[in-house]
Ligand binder design. Structure first.
Ligand code: GTP
Length: 265
């Protein structure tokens, strides 16, 4: 290998789909499955949402085959969120077996796509979520795809909250992060992108938005300067899980995240 060249991690790219409830993770999971079949991309699908009523595609590995979410609620007298975290904990104790399967089959797939629970913090702030992410990243090029609900990020204040959350996930999981601006069939992503590229444009939008108190606007201004650094390491792609628009670029972003993973880990 030439001097300075980075060694490429063998095997597929792992994409952990993470996002606010309703951002479109499961629909994107479904869309990726469909597009992969159309274009011959070799994908392996894992569902980590124990509370999913329906998984729109048959996942190769499904947490629900191992852990009975409703049974966990009853057995441990837990509410819905506690039961999701406990189910993930139970599954995490067996994640070594999942890693054995993935390590054995690395040559068979280009991408491993993982759907995570609707309640974002159940994965990002739990010990089991961290353990699962670290296990994957220990041998496979792993990235987080942070799914953004673009129509709900129309206002500068909501956009900023979403980006602060994405930033916290980067710090917590320390993996390459691709922000997938979803639902572009409803709301084009250009405004959000312009705010990411130019904090002055964001400040103008803040000034024009009269829904926030003055101190909140001032806080948002300061935060946007901090986030400016974050945006430099954040890759982004605009997609519609509903129509399939942008999915070509989505694959390209996963490939690019492998390069970042190889340089960083
Ligand atoms: P949780 O499992 O609750 O976290 O939701 P999720 O993030 O998996 O979102 P889900 O895929 O269930 O989508 C939420 C809603 O958004 C559904 O009504 C979807 O049909 C809709 N939706 C998802 N993606 C798109 C999109 O690209 N365009 C449009 N118009 N609607 C979408």
């Amino acid at each position: 290998m030439a001097e300075g060249e980075v060694e490429r991690t063998p095997g597929p790219v792992v994409a952990l789909l993470i996002g606010m409830a309703g951002s479109g993770k499961s629909t994107l999971f479904h869309r990726i499955h469909y597009e992969a079949a159309q274009t011959g991309k070799r994908c392996y699908f894992i569902n980590l949402d124990p509370a999913a009523l329906e998984v729109p595609v048959e996942a190769n590995i499904d947490i629900r085959d191992t852990v009975d979410y409703k049974g966990v609620m009853r057995e441990y007298s837990l509410g819905p969120n506690g039961a999701i975290v406990t189910s993930l904990n139970l599954f995490a104790t067996q994640f070594g077996d999942v890693m054995d399967i993935l390590d054995e089959r690395t040559k068979e797939f280009d991408y491993i796509i993982i759907d995570t629970p609707g309640q974002i913090e159940a994965f990002t702030w739990s010990a089991s979520g961290q353990l699962i992410a670290e296990s994957l990243a220990s041998t496979l090029a792993t990235c987080v795809v942070y799914v953004v609900d673009t129509p709900r990020s129309r206002s500068p204040a909501t956009f900023m909250s979403n980006m602060v959350y994405a930033c916290s996930i980067l710090h917590k999981l320390r993996l390459p992060l691709v922000a997938a601006f979803n639902k572009i069939d409803v709301q084009p992503p250009e405004t959000c992108f312009s705010w990411m590229d130019d904090f002055e444009a964001f400040h103008v939008a803040l000034d024009e938005d009269d829904s926030s108190e003055a101190y909140v606007t001032s806080l948002h201004r300061s935060m946007s300067l901090v986030l400016d650094e974050f945006y430099r390491v954040l890759d982004r792609v605009a997609v519609s899980a509903a129509t399939g628009e942008g999915i070509d670029n989505f694959w390209a972003k996963l490939d690019a995240s492998r390069l970042l993973y190889d340089e960083t880990y």
